[in-house]
Design a protein around this ligand. Structure first.
Ligand SMILES: Cc1cc2nc3c(=O)[nH]c(=O)nc-3n(C[C@H](O)[C@H](O)[C@H](O)COP(=O)(O)OP(=O)(O)OC[C@H]3O[C@@H](n4cnc5c(N)ncnc54)[C@H](O)[C@@H]3O)c2cc1C
Length: 312
């Protein structure tokens, strides 16, 4: 999606991996409309999940030898580990968290001050060494996703660059295990409806109110404010905000959340915001399209019932 605003003449997707899983990813990438070529790189040092040290060495080498103008990566936890490393190897300052491309891809718009301002930056003349691409990470929530089908790109295997071999030998860290919360709810970052709970819920025992409203809305994703996470009401991977996840769903419902700037930084691009708060002066109402000044312990169960009835 990020490549769309770049006005790129050609879009190649790099799929790195050390196992069969990468083949599935490569054929999925080949079906994305707008992709010209999928370049695969298989190497035992790139076994899933690709470690940033080896991944960056491979990416930087392939990006330089392929004559690319830009390397674009999603600003996810993984991308944040990979892209700056690759950029450093290339001697290029990365531009991170881009939300819009201007001037046909020469100017990059990105949030600063926890999303309270947008800055537009451009690479100065000579800032990118000859033969190196610009390194950009994008906030995926700021771009429309392309459909999963419709393209028919070719898939080409790349030879493992010498830099990857060297990085694999020097590799100082090793992947041990990943603990993921395998919930049934959609992923917060991509869900079309998100219901978040805050400190107003008073305790973790009351968090079910938020979950029930999310269920009534057809199985929405559930998020939280940092105060709710810090108080142990819910898991910390549910935090929305400056230091949590950035979400931009079609509908965001904030329950018992005051609307601190650090929280708003993570949800202000939501298309419709609904806030339920008993304090009519709460700043969340400034970003809300619909505000309900009410006690959440009464309003949320009632709303869940009414939504359920309306959808039945
Ligand atoms: C560097 C930094 C980074 C941060 N990053 C984040 C972040 O990523 N995400 C984040 O969320 N915060 C973040 N914060 C914290 C942020 O500043 C706020 O402290 C936090 O968002 C407050 O959470 P809250 O709205 O749930 O709690 P509060 O501010 O305590 O608000 C609770 C709200 O619930 C309402 N309420 C209480 N009882 C009821 C009731 N019965 N019915 C209805 N409403 C009720 C109250 O009126 C109040 O508005 C960060 C702070 C710092 C300094």
């Amino acid at each position: 999606a990020g490549a769309a605003g770049l006005g790129a003449a050609r879009v190649d997707v790099l799929v790195m991996g050390g196992d069969a899983g990468a083949e599935g990813d490569a054929s999925a990438a080949a079906k994305l409309p707008g992709v010209d070529k999928v370049v695969t790189l298989s190497h035992s040092a790139l076994s899933s999940p690709v470690q940033p040290e080896t991944g960056a060495a491979a990416l930087a080498a392939l990006a330089a030898s392929g004559g690319y103008s830009h390397v674009v990566c999603a600003s996810t936890s993984w991308g944040k580990g990979l892209l700056p490393r690759a950029a450093a190897l290339a001697g290029v300052q990365p531009v991170t968290d881009v939300v819009r491309f201007d001037e046909g891809g020469d100017a990059f718009v990105r949030p600063i001050y926890a999303g309270n301002a947008l800055e537009t930056v451009r690479y100065a003349q000579g800032a990118v060494p000859e033969g190196q691409p610009k390194y950009i990470s994008v906030r995926t929530t700021a771009f429309e996703a392309v459909p999963a089908e419709g393209g028919a790109a070719g898939v080409e295997a790349a030879a493992g660059p010498a830099e990857l071999e060297a990085a694999a030998e020097e590799q100082a860290s090793e992947f041990v295990s990943a603990e993921t919360s395998a919930g049934e709810r959609p992923d917060l970052g991509t869900a079309s409806v998100v219901v978040s709970g805050g400190r107003g819920l008073k305790s973790g025992d009351n968090f079910h109110l938020v979950e029930e409203l999310a269920d009534a809305l057809g199985g929405a994703a559930v998020g939280a404010s940092r105060a709710a996470v810090d108080a142990g009401f819910c898991a910390n991977d549910m935090q929305v905000g400056q230091t949590g996840k950035i979400v931009a769903p079609d509908l965001y419902v904030a329950v018992g959340i005051s609307g601190a700037i650090q929280h708003v930084a993570g949800m202000k691009d939501s298309k419709v915001v609904v806030a339920i708060n008993k304090d009519g002066e709460a700043p969340i109402f400034e970003v809300a399209d619909y505000g309900l000044k009410a006690d959440l312990f009464e309003a949320v169960p009632e709303l869940a019932e009414k939504v359920k009835a309306a959808r039945a």
